[in-house]
Design a protein around this ligand. Structure first.
Ligand code: FE2
Ligand code: FE2
Length: 408
């Protein structure tokens, strides 16, 4: 049995395993002989590739020719990312292996990974003690939520909300409505016919799911004007989007109903960093500088310099803006999923973050993966094969979603 990309399928090949779409619907069964219309169906539903009887994996054959020095450079960059991770763990090893292959292929490019404008040589903009005092947890001042976020919160909290209620709120922002429609029409969702109205998207995907998705986009938009000398927002959004997409793929693999909530949790997982970048840029630069010039993760640097980490900072905003509790818990516990009320959902975001770092999709300012919690792996990842599937899907689906988010 071997994996063949849909583009390379030929009529007459025989499936060696059932094929599901991202929403776990069965599309074709094991033993099915591939016909031309099957290839079309697989493309429509956004399937990247399938297992075929008697074939060998394609992955090893399509690596570009690289000399030893180039391979050593790629290895050195990924070794830095996973420096603190236990690569003896079979699942982590599989993540490392697949990320290395994609880095060698240059699937996502790595120019964004180091494109954040950060202070050189550990330079800081103030004395840590003074900064720490300024940002005392009780003293974080944040603006109220934009009106549209409050309205979306009300829709999410209302069990009787209808598709029209959602459509009414979303349509107040034509750019948000347009973006939502592009997302639900992308190959990532794989619906066979075009969804042309928000109310129809709500009917198909669900009130809470579409409202949550809109909420996630609005929160990200609220932080779009962060200056480039603090953080390259294009790189930050790409990292966040990758974490969201991988979270959704892992949720679907686990047959979980709340795939959209996991997408939004991943998209917003580092919102605490955005708060620092926007409202406390000097503090943020100090942490980025320490993280870049030493072995310290940003997470640790924040604790050392500010006395609190970005998930703790996020807690303040999420409470003040009254965002849904499940979403808040996944974000607040993304570095310590074992302490979350639902370790499985927080664990999905935790693992997705590690995969996004490995793939070098964008950057959140972090050079290496902070502490990795192996205890959640068994709950989140079923097998090495499921890791391979995650990589195939993200490689196949990231580009179109990235284009939607970067053109908003
Ligand atoms: Fe984080
Ligand atoms: Fe992250």
């Amino acid at each position: 049995m071997g994996y063949i990309a849909v583009e390379n399928l030929k009529q007459g090949m025989v499936l060696d395993a059932d094929v599901h779409d991202l929403n776990t619907r069965l599309l074709l069964s094991k033993g099915q002989k591939i016909a031309q219309n099957h290839i079309r169906i697989l493309k429509i539903w956004g399937v990247a590739g399938v297992s075929i009887v008697g074939s060998t994996d394609e992955k090893a054959t399509d690596l570009p020719p690289l000399d030893d020095e180039q391979v050593a450079m790629v290895k050195a960059s990924i070794d830095l990312v996973y420096k603190k991770a236990d690569l003896n763990h079979p699942i982590l090893k599989e993540i490392y292996k697949n990320a290395l292959i994609q880095r060698i292929k240059g699937t996502f490019g790595d120019s964004h990974a180091l494109s954040c404008q950060i202070l050189p040589d550990g330079q800081t903009l103030g004395k840590p003690e003074k900064l720490k005092k300024q940002i005392d947890q009780t003293d974080i001042k944040l603006p109220d939520a934009p009106t549209i976020i409050s309205e979306l919160n009300q829709v999410i909290a209302d069990p009787l909300a209808t598709s029209n209620d959602v459509a009414q709120v979303v349509s107040r922002s034509p750019s948000l409505a347009a973006m939502l429609l592009k997302i639900v029409n992308s190959a990532y969702y794989g619906f066979p016919s075009k969804i042309d109205r928000i109310s129809r998207a709500v009917t198909i995907i669900g009130t809470k799911e579409i409202s949550g998705l809109a909420l996630g986009i609005c929160v990200m938009q609220a932080f779009q004007d962060i200056p480039d000398d603090v953080m390259n927002m294009e790189a930050f959004i790409r990292h966040s989007l990758a974490c969201g997409m991988v979270s959704r793929i892992l949720a679907a693999q686990n047959n979980m109903a709340q795939t959209e909530q996991l997408f939004v949790s991943g998209l917003l997982h580092d919102v605490g960093k955005l708060i620092l970048y926007k409202y406390y840029p000097e503090h943020a630069k100090a942490c980025l500088g320490v993280g870049f010039s030493s072995d310290t993760s940003i997470f640790q640097a924040e604790k050392k310099i500010l006395g609190l980490s970005h998930p703790q900072v996020a807690t303040v905003l999420l409470k003040k803006w009254n965002l849904p509790g499940d979403l808040t818990a996944n974000i607040v516990h993304h570095h310590a999923p074992g302490s979350a009320p639902d370790p499985k959902t927080a664990g999905i975001v935790h693992v997705a973050d590690i995969i996004a770092h490995g793939l070098a999709i964008g950057s959140s300012g972090e050079r290496s993966v902070p502490h990795f919690d192996c205890s959640v792996l068994g709950q989140v990842v079923k097998s090495k094969e499921s890791i391979k599937m995650v990589f195939r899907q993200i490689v196949h689906q990231f580009g179109p979603m990235d284009a939607i988010f970067s053109n908003q």
